[in-house]
Design a binder for this molecule. Structure first.
Ligand code: ZN
Length: 452
């Protein structure tokens, strides 16, 4: 039983709320009641977001790529360092880093994660004895932390647009379609060791890392479930795809693949207004990663046009350079304000930006991860976060201002409790397994740095 002083249900704000759970789902909701002796009492209960895009191993290189060297630094020099770093990672280190990342996400208020997993093989591209070894390591980290996992093995077959061969640093990613399908099946078998809300989807890495024929084959093989793809993150990527396939990435994908609500287009950053409206009409989710997109200098999303067209969206932490839900929310809006020289951009007509972003990302994140979540309602997964709305950053606000306060005025330390499909993973602002996870992470990173 959870008792909350107030909660934001799918139907709006209520006070004096008791929630019961059964098998990870919300079984009943009472309102206008008082706490009972054995209740877990919290201040303000919200639906918890799914973090729809993560490459967990990149967390360990946060802060290592912020120095300018010889000329203008760019996404592509960042990627070179990422390759070198990743070249040394062991399965144990990948698991330890993923556990830290998932723990930090939960402490920031996320209940679930879409792990876009592209490191599959040993250095040089030799498969592990168990083909899905590294997927199973990510799953072990999810199991340890309790986060709701949507695991997304990545199909990565080429080193650049036009079926360029994989380069040295990319060999650990590489699979042809046949081996990829075998790997996805092996990862799917790993679900047996995870709670029932875990999922496996697929993720063709990007148009530049696959081919039209391969993409058609893997989509034909895939049954139901999430399909994620990086789509238009950088202007160079748009130019390369246009030169190769004769259309911009989003334009090409919409014309050549059955894009619909099971799809999530990560970094749909560089879209014309026509592409933006066409993408919104498919029902696919735009996977936005504001902190990483700012960090990498990707550019701002075409937010207002997309929202006005009714497009679905969610938030991801991508490179995990800084795992902060409150900062993702405000960076999303601030990127729009800085471009447009305007305030309150990410809202249709009149209304609250914080509510539009938070509740939109709750729905879109759940959709993208294939989770029956995104609102507090009977029958939904108990993906819940409790915040302290009496903290100084929020205490002056009325109920309908709390999500604006969360997005613009608060830090993640207002999070007190978090549940992933009913698993109570954060209490008193700390993950229940924090000490062990942090100690193992320190050891893993120390060992990794010694080999770089
Ligand atoms: Zn990514």
């Amino acid at each position: 039983m959870i008792f909350a002083r107030q909660a934001l249900l799918g139907t709006g704000w209520v006070t004096g709320v008791r929630i019961t759970q059964a098998e990870g789902r919300i079984a009943s909701i009472e309102t206008g009641v008082t706490a009972q002796p054995d209740d877990t009492c919290v201040d303000t209960l919200l639906p918890a977001l799914g973090n729809l895009h993560s490459h967990s191993f990149q967390r360990a290189m946060a802060g290592m790529t912020e120095v300018r060297k010889a000329g203008r630094d760019s996404f592509w020099t960042w990627r070179e360092l990422m390759y070198r770093f990743m070249d040394h990672l062991t399965p144990e280190q990948i698991e330890a880093i993923a556990a830290l990342v998932f723990m930090e996400m939960q402490e920031a208020g996320y209940a679930s994660v879409g792990e876009f997993h592209y490191v599959h093989h040993q250095r040089g591209g030799v498969p592990y004895d168990a083909l899905a070894e590294l997927s199973l390591r990510v799953m072990a980290a999810a199991s340890e932390t309790g986060i709701g996992l949507t695991h997304l093995p990545v199909l990565y077959s080429y080193g650049g647009a036009g079926q360029v061969a994989l380069a040295e640093g990319q060999l650990r990613f590489g699979n042809d379609v046949d081996r990829f399908c075998t790997l996805v099946d092996a990862a799917g078998a790993g679900l047996a060791d995870l709670p029932g809300d875990a999922r496996v989807g697929i993720a063709p890495h990007s148009l530049r890392a696959t081919s039209p024929d391969d993409l058609a084959r893997v989509l034909g093989w895939h049954g139901a479930g999430p399909i994620h793809i990086h789509i238009a993150e950088q202007p160079k990527e748009v130019r390369d795809i246009e030169a190769w396939l004769g259309a911009r990435p989003v334009e090409w994908l919409l014309a050549n693949a059955p894009v619909g609500p099971e799809w999530c287009l990560i970094h749909a950053t560089h879209m014309t207004d026509d592409e933006t409206k066409a993408m919104a009409a498919t029902g696919a989710v735009a996977g936005l990663c504001p902190i990483t997109e700012a960090n990498l200098g990707d550019g701002p999303f075409n937010g207002q046009v997309y929202l006005e067209a009714g497009g679905a969206f969610g938030l991801g932490s991508d490179s995990n350079v800084n795992i902060s839900l409150t900062e993702e929310l405000r960076t999303m809006e601030y990127s729009q304000r800085l471009r447009d020289l305007a305030r309150n951009v990410m809202v249709v007509g009149e209304g609250s930006v914080g509510q539009t972003l938070y509740l939109g990302a709750a729905r879109g994140g759940a959709q993208a991860l294939g989770r029956d979540a995104g609102e507090i309602a009977v029958g939904c997964l108990a993906d819940l976060v409790a915040i302290d709305a009496q903290a100084p950053a929020l205490c002056a606000l009325a109920q309908d201002q709390i999500l604006d306060g969360l997005a613009f005025a608060a830090k993640d330390d207002v999070v007190t409790d978090q549940w992933s499909a009913g698993r109570h993973c954060v209490s008193g602002g700390r993950h229940v397994a924090r000490d062990a996870i942090v100690a193992r992470y320190r050891g893993a990173v120390g060992a990794l740095l010694a080999t770089l």
